[in-house]
Design a protein. Sequence first.
Length: 270
Amino acid sequence: MSTDQSPKILDTGANGGEELIRFENVTKRFGKATVLDGLDFQVGRGKHVTLIGPSGSGKTTILRLLMTLLKPDEGRIKVNGDYLTHEERGGKLVPAREKHVREVRKNIGMVFQQFNLFPNMKVLRNITEAPVTVLGMSKDEAEQRGKELLDLVGLGDRCDAYPTQLSGGQQQRVAIARALAMRPQVLLLDEVTSALDPELVAGVLDVLRDVAHSTDITMLCVTHEMNFARDISDQVLMFDEGKVIESGPPEKMFSDPDLDRTREFLSAIL
């Protein structure tokens, strides 16, 4: 790992716009395995960045660090100018208290591979529960917002259904609406179609295309759906063994990458 105190940060679109996410020398280990190795990169506000690479290369770990489901072993992460797992006290940077973590994390929403809906709650309440309990939104405002989001994902007529009454694709669209209900600045997408039957994938990806093209939400996406990545991305990062080995706009990365490793990976999945 580099010991440089002023890391060279990989720019993924912050120049010409405000930086929203920054990883500084972030290392994450599981036992003796180093999953992220001194990772440096930044994402500009409103940009859509897709992470590609083989399984085990560290892509999902990045999303889980941003959600504070994991903590880095070394390095620091900033979101919207605030440290995520650290805070400044007495002129020093120290591990953050839970209150600080919760406050910064409110800016981040995530859609997982599995839908993780509450089976005992109807669809609308699945969407309104967190805005009411976490953001302090009134029930009326949360329900109005929830109905608007269900319309957005094409499920405006399923407010009173239970998750078990929906198809997998419909449940994933509810999960997308639930993440958007928190009004996140950052939306993390972790292989959101991998648990779906093939015929359901297109509908979910169409919803996410609409979100990408009609909102200013910053998106960080892990996917093997390369056509989707080409459509929505400002920048594509190729990961291998815990490092970014190549990055560029989608037209460059998918048509004429510089590295043999990137070409090998893309030829195996396209």
